[in-house]
Ligand binder design. Sequence first.
Ligand code: PEP
Ligand code: MN
Length: 303
Amino acid sequence: LVGDTSKLDIDLIAALDIVEDVKRVQEPYKNANRKFHPEDTVIQVGNTQIGGGNLTIMAGPCSVESEEQVVAIAKAVKASGATMLRGGAFKPRTSPYAFQGLHEEGIRLLLEARAATGLPIVTEIMDAKHLPLFEDIDIIQVGARNMQNFELLKELGKLRKPVLIKRGMANTLQELLMSAEYVMAGGNDQVILCERGIRTFETATRNTMDLSVIPVLHQLTHLPVVVDPSHATGRWELVAPMALGATACGADGLIIEVHNDPEHALCDGPQSLRPGKFADMMEKVRAIRPYSDHSFTTGRVVV
Ligand code: PEP
Ligand code: MN
């Protein structure tokens, strides 16, 4: 039972013939709660399965800049073992004067990159009014800044399409799970959680990356947990070490920014790996999680 169950009489329900056991789930998130759904949720996207011990590698530029750029990067990351392409067409920038993304044209270029490589696409939505543009997109990303845009989450709950929700930079795991709950309450149970670092007093890195959230979330929820070490650290040389850490901690996926010319990237160049460095990272990731048939499998890190 979901909704306000506080007024229900547990004894009365337990007395029913068809009831074996009654447990009150204290947490405010019900659909996302592992107590309600002990098995891992596995989300099928193209040939890739996200969750259930697979390791899905999503890689690509922060922003789609041109056809040559996104197709070349898509081909490069695919060659190294990525099974999904990331890339922003709508960019949430701190400054209104910074590059805002190619919008509709960016979505079109992502679909071209998918046609050229077969890689499914994950890309960010910032406003529900843009939803018609996302019809052919494989996974819709809700960025950190929109994690608590509840009206947007409700609209995504009406879809039957995977939604990747990034943790807000000042949000707790319970708040992240409540955001997932908004989507699931609408009937869309294909939700992926993403840890991308939070803001702390530390200034040496762009954000602070907490690997313990991976086993903690696996305890609390059945939803897949993906880690983004690019935004979590803000520095390309820290991306591979943190990706390896997340892989060892049982993450269900990694989302990595890769650019063929980071010095001239229109967004997030300093945290972007060149394709060669991404290939090196993938080799080390493979050493931690066995590789088979385009997906990495492993036993879950059980806590
Ligand atoms: C991104 O993925 O490019 C992005 C803007 O991420 P975040 O919402 O985590 O800052
Ligand atoms: Mn970025």
